[in-house]
Design a protein around this ligand. Structure first.
Ligand code: ADP
Length: 450
C-alpha cells in the first residue's frame, strides 16, 4: 500500500514538474498536453506491467519471471523470490507427508482415518485388505456402509474404545479373525488400527488344547494309582491280589514317566533353536540296534527284518534315535502277532541325480485310514485312543518324529492301507550323507526271524 502511494505521489510530482516546466517555456496548453501525454504513458506502462504480472501469476514458473525496468522489475523479483520460498516449503511438506504415508503403508497393521462424520479419510493397503475396501474408490464413504459387520457397527456406535474388538470376516482366503482398536483424536476424528490375529488365535487354541490334553493324560493314571492306594489301605487282599495291584500301579506310573519323558523330548525339539551337536552315524549299526530293540519289545510276536546300505548319516544321535525308535515301536505296537516288520536304510537317487538316504519302517499291521494320515503328527492325535493307551502310547510319538526330522531337513512320508500295513519313511538330503568309497559294497538284505 505504501509502495502504491509513494509511486502515485512520485508520478504526480513528476507530471506536475514537467507540466510546470513546459507551461513556463511554451505556455499552459502545451504544458497541460505534455502532462497528459506523460500521464497516459505512465498509466499505459503500469497497466501493461500489471497485466504481465497477473498473467504470470496465473501459472507462476521460476524461469518465466517477467523482466521490467524500475519499480516493476523489483515487484517481479520479489514476487518470484516469495514464490520460490513458498514452493520450497510446500515441497518440504509434501516430502514429509509422503514419507509419513509410506511409513503407514509399510505398517503390518491396518491403519484407517475416519472423520467426525464417520467417513473414511484414508486407509493403508493392509486395512483395505482386512476390510475388503478399495483404497481409492471407497474414500469419503461411510465406514459402517462398507464394513457392515454388526459387531463393528455396534462397536463404533457404543464409543467404548478401551478394549479392542475381535471380529470375524470372510475374506478371499477364508475366514480371518481381526483385532480392531479405535483411538479417538482431534475433533471427533478416529484412528482405527486393525490386526490379523487368526494365526495367534490358532496358536492360542492349540496351547489350550495341549494343556487340557496333558492334564487329562496325567490325571487318568494318577486317578488309577490313587484308587489302588485307597483300596490297599482299606481292604484286605491276598498276596497274589496285592502283587497284581502293585503291577497295575507300576504300569500306570511307567505310563506317566513315559509321558513326561516324551513331553520333555518334544519341548526340547520344538523350543531349542540351536542346531544339535552332530555326529556321523553308521547306519547299518543303527538299524541293527533298532532291530534288537524291536525284538525285545515284540517278545517273539513278530518277524523283524532289516536291510541297510553301507553309509553314514550326519545328525544328532539322540534326536534321530528317538525318531527312529518311535517309528519302530509304533510298528510293533500296531501290528498283530505273527506280522512282519521291516527296518530299512537305503541309498536312493533323487530326480536331480543327487543321493537321498531313506530310513523306513514297514509293517503288516492294522493300517491307517487315509483321512487320518495328514493329522497323525499332531500332538495327542490318535486313530484309536483305547488301542494307543493299551499298548503304552502317549500320543506324542509321531510329533517327536516330525520335529526331530525337521531339524535334520528330512521329510516324513506315510503310506498305509487299512488292514494291510503301513510304511513310515524319512528321507534325508545328500548333504547329510557320507557315501561309501567305490570299493565298499552294500550289506545284503538279512531276514532275522524273531
Ligand atoms: P501313540 O503313542 O498313540 O502311538 P503316535 O504319535 O506315535 O502316538 O501315533 C499317533 C497315532 O498314529 C497312533 O495313535 C496310531 O493310531 C497311529 N499309528 C502310528 N503308527 C502306526 C502304525 N505303524 N500302524 C498303524 N497306526 C499307527
Amino acid at each position: 500500500m505504501r509502495f502504491v502511494l509513494l509511486r502515485l505521489l512520485a508520478v504526480v510530482a513528476v507530471l506536475a514538474l514537467a507540466g510546470a516546466a513546459v507551461a513556463y517555456w511554451l505556455g499552459p496548453t502545451a504544458g497541460l498536453a505534455l502532462a497528459c501525454a506523460l500521464a497516459v504513458g505512465v498509466i499505459a506502462f503500469d497497466t501493461l506491467a500489471r497485466a504481465r504480472l497477473l498473467e504470470w501469476l496465473r501459472f507462476p514458473q521460476r524461469d518465466t519471471v517477467p523482466q521490467s525496468p524500475g519499480v516493476w522489475g523489483e515487484v517481479f523479483y520479489r514476487s518470484a523470490r516469495q514464490l520460490r520460498l513458498w514452493q520450497n516449503r510446500v515441497q518440504r511438506e509434501e516430502n514429509k507427508l509422503s514419507r509419513f504415508i509410506e511409513a503407514l503403508q509399510a505398517s503390518p497393521n491396518g491403519v484407517m482415518l475416519i472423520d467426525e462424520h464417520g467417513q473414511i479419510d484414508w486407509c493403508n493397503a493392509t486395512a483395505a485388505g482386512h476390510f475388503g475396501l478399495d483404497p481409492q474408490r471407497d474414500m469419503r464413504q461411510h465406514a459402517v456402509h462398507l464394513i457392515r459387520n454388526p459387531e463393528f457397527v455396534a462397536y463404533l456406535a457404543a464409543r467404548q474404545f478401551a478394549e479392542p474388538l475381535l471380529m470375524r470376516r470372510n475374506g478371499s482366503h477364508g475366514t480371518v479373525l481381526l483385532s480392531v482398536q479405535v483411538i479417538p483424536y482431534g475433533d471427533g476424528d478416529k484412528l482405527l488400527l486393525s490386526r490379523d490375529v487368526t494365526q495367534l488365535e490358532r496358536t492360542e487354541a492349540m496351547r489350550r488344547d495341549f494343556v487340557a490334553n496333558v492334564s487329562h493324560e496325567i490325571k487318568t493314571p494318577l486317578t488309577v494309582i490313587a484308587g489302588f492306594v485307597e483300596s490297599l489301605r482299606t481292604l484286605e487282599f491276598s498276596a497274589d491280589e496285592r502283587e497284581r495291584i502293585l503291577e497295575l500301579m507300576q504300569q500306570q506310573s511307567d505310563r506317566m514317566r513315559q509321558l513326561v519323558e516324551d513331553l520333555l523330548t518334544l519341548a526340547h525339539l520344538e523350543g531349542d533353536p540351536h542346531q544339535p551337536a552332530e555326529e556321523l552315524l553308521d547306519m547299518p549299526g543303527v538299524v541293527a540296534r533298532l532291530a534288537a530293540d524291536a525284538r525285545a519289545l515284540s517278545a517273539g510276536r513278530h518277524r523283524i527284518e532289516t536291510s541297510a546300505d553301507v553309509s553314514k548319516l550326519r545328525g544328532a544321535s539322540s534326536e534321530l534315535a528317538s525318531a527312529f525308535g518311535n517309528l519302530v515301536s509304533n510298528a510293533v505296537r500296531y501290528t498283530p502277532n505273527g506280522g512282519v516288520i521291516q527296518i530299512r536304510w537305503r541309498l536312493l537317487e533323487s530326480g536331480l541325480g543327487e543321493a537321498i538316504g531313506e530310513f523306513s519302517v514297514s509293517d503288516t499291521g492294522i493300517g491307517i485310514a487315509a483321512e487320518h494320515i495328514p493329522r497323525l503328527t499332531e500332538r495327542f492325535y490318535r486313530v484309536d485312543r483305547g488301542r494307543s493307551r493299551e499298548s503304552g502310547g502317549t500320543g506324542l510319538g509321531l510329533a517327536i518324529v516330525k520335529h526331530a526330522l525337521l531339524r535334520h531337513q528330512a521329510e516324513l512320508r506315510i503310506v498305509s492301507q487299512m488292514g494291510e500295513g503301513s510304511t513310515f519313511s524319512a528321507r534325508f538330503p545328500a548333504q547329510r550323507l557320507v557315501l561309501p568309497q567305490p570299493e565298499a559294497t552294500s550289506e545284503p538284505v538279512a531276514a532275522h526271524p524273531a
